[in-house]
Write a protein that binds this ligand. Structure first.
Ligand SMILES: *[C@@H]1O[C@H](CO)[C@@H](O)[C@H](O)[C@H]1NC(C)=O
Ligand SMILES: *[C@@H]1O[C@H](CO)[C@@H](O)[C@H](O)[C@H]1NC(C)=O
Ligand SMILES: *[C@@H]1O[C@H](CO)[C@@H](O)[C@H](O)[C@H]1NC(C)=O
Ligand SMILES: *[C@@H]1O[C@H](CO)[C@@H](O)[C@H](O)[C@H]1NC(C)=O
Ligand SMILES: *[C@@H]1O[C@H](CO)[C@@H](O)[C@H](O)[C@H]1NC(C)=O
Ligand SMILES: *[C@@H]1O[C@H](CO)[C@@H](O)[C@H](O)[C@H]1NC(C)=O
Ligand SMILES: *[C@@H]1O[C@H](CO)[C@@H](O)[C@H](O)[C@H]1NC(C)=O
Ligand SMILES: *[C@@H]1O[C@H](CO)[C@@H](O)[C@H](O)[C@H]1NC(C)=O
Length: 415
């Protein structure tokens, strides 16, 4: 496969660096080609059987298991389900004239099947509680070919032999960090990665990233940890090492990083992502130089959250979404994908023209206001007793003072 000017959502390298092993049960189906991977395999993987309860036309799709090239583990495979944007878009020839973006969706966990995303967040088929199925009008394959991958091996339909589980990241096989590390370690990667999007609590939240939502929750509901600053500090340090290394690599390769985060109650209470960004050097400078405070809007023209962009880093806060952004705000997630991940919409971009610094789309001081704390009270009660909230005022005051310092972003962001 030749090198392509392709954009991806998340990194895909693993799928193309898999070599053909001796495939065995349970991922073998009749008609398996005897050759190395080539377009011949398209027929083998194409989903042609009618799917139960799918009563509407669906784009062409391909699914199956591909082996990972782990010596001695021929039964370790990754399961994928690829859905095409329009007829032929996914099977078109991979050459330099093919500049269409495509994406990989990985649910974080580790150990969450990406079929969760497929069936409940951003895939074409959504399942109702009575197991009937409806078409998701905001499926991400409407904007670009997408591949949902169960990872790491042993997750969902991705198979593993009994000794194949990976115990730690360095041993390889850890999904998102492993894939990015592999990509950046290759001299001639077979695809051109242009964007990595990390959904807070949604994509890539394995290992290092899964602590980002944890920090958010701790900030919003400090009573869960008894207002303990040590716990906050612990969680806060975890993402930094990996994120710093990724940032350096991404800057070198001009790869955009999109960090998005849902916010289901107040606009700027989810500051953990901002803390991580402010502590990361990208494009040679640490953090953002201005505070995110530019509104963006959905296709209805409704206020959809805050966006900020500097030096190929984009931070998007989605109003009205919790951690599963595409599930709770499917339309906003769709606009986010179209404008800020696949597209290069400049809303929120800090620009400098001969010394005059401005932000595309303007800045709203109200959106730059300090984090609104979540509910601070501690709930006491049960289903059968009278419930009350108590407010440990001294502890709350101490926590607020601590958090103000701990999340203080660079002094440059004073306004
Ligand atoms: C792979 O799976 C096949 C079929 O279940 C089994 O016979 C074989 O021993 C497995 N190989 C390994 C290395 O686990
Ligand atoms: C399943 O639920 C949907 C939505 O509530 C409803 O419209 C549909 O009739 C239900 N299907 C069956 C077979 O009960
Ligand atoms: C199809 O939908 C019906 C009605 O909602 C449900 O009872 C049935 O279990 C579904 N079939 C499958 C294979 O999920
Ligand atoms: C960064 O790139 C180097 C190769 O230059 C690679 O060894 C390393 O694993 C990469 N790290 C990440 C987090 O991508
Ligand atoms: C910034 O990152 C470094 C590691 O790169 C870490 O030691 C430090 O605690 C972090 N500071 C903040 C405020 O997150
Ligand atoms: C950029 O995205 C915003 C969404 O906030 C939208 O209103 C605007 O039309 C987009 N700009 C372009 C050029 O598409
Ligand atoms: C941002 O990416 C573009 C290409 O997409 C590149 O030309 C530019 O140098 C990058 N900027 C930084 C600061 O990395
Ligand atoms: C910078 O902005 C100021 C105030 O808006 C304006 O008067 C000035 O002409 C601008 N300078 C340049 C070089 O654009």
């Amino acid at each position: 496969m030749s090198s392509l000017p392709l954009k991806t959502l998340c990194v895909v390298i693993a799928a193309f660096h898999l070599v053909l092993g001796q495939i065995g049960y349970p991922h073998d189906y009749p008609g398996k080609p005897n050759s190395d991977f080539s377009p011949v395999w398209q027929d083998y993987f194409q989903v042609t059987n009618p799917l139960p309860n799918v009563t509407f036309p669906m784009s062409r799709s391909w699914a199956g298991n591909i082996p990972v090239n782990r010596p001695g583990h021929p039964n370790d495979t990754l399961f994928f389900w690829a859905v095409e944007k329009e007829t032929g878009s996914l099977t078109s020839t991979a050459d330099d004239s093919n500049n269409e973006p495509w994406g990989i969706w990985l649910n974080g966990g580790p150990g969450s099947s990406s079929l969760l995303g497929f069936f409940t967040e951003n895939g074409p088929l959504h399942v109702r509680s009575n197991y009937s199925i409806y078409a998701n009008e905001y499926s991400w394959d409407h904007l670009a070919d997408h591949i949902w991958v169960d990872q790491p091996v042993g997750t969902g339909f991705s198979t593993v032999d009994e000794t194949g589980f990976v115990a730690d990241e360095d041993q390889m096989g850890e999904d998102f960090p492993y894939i990015t590390k592999t990509y950046f370690g290759l001299e001639n990667p077979p695809v051109k990665l242009t964007k990595i999007a990390i959904g807070d609590g949604t994509i890539g939240n394995i290992g290092e990233y899964e602590v980002l939502p944890a920090i958010t929750i701790i900030e919003t509901y400090p009573q869960l940890i008894g207002y303990d600053p040590a716990v906050f500090e612990y969680f806060k340090e975890q993402p930094m090492a990996f994120l710093s290394e990724l940032a350096t690599n991404a800057s070198q390769h001009h790869i955009g990083i999109v960090i998005y985060s849902g916010n289901d109650d107040s606009l700027v209470s989810h500051m953990s992502s901002e803390v991580a960004i402010q502590n990361t050097t990208f494009g040679g400078i640490q953090g953002f130089t201005k505070k995110p405070s530019t509104p963006w809007y959905d296709d209805e023209g409704d206020f959809a959250g805050i966006v900020h962009q500097e030096r190929n880093w984009t931070y998007v806060l989605v109003k009205g979404a919790g951690h599963l952004v595409p599930q709770q705000q499917p339309e906003r997630a769709y606009v986010l994908l179209r404008e800020f991940i696949l597209g290069n919409n400049q809303t929120g971009l800090v620009t400098e023209v001969t010394g005059n610094i401005s932000v595309v789309g303007g800045e709203d001081p109200a959106l730059a206001a300090p984090a609104l704390p979540g509910q601070l009270g501690i709930y006491v009660g049960s289903a059968t007793t009278q419930s009350t909230y108590t407010y440990p005022s001294l502890t709350i005051a101490a926590w607020e003072s601590f958090i103000a310092t701990a999340t203080a972003i660079s002094p440059r962001l004073g306004h």
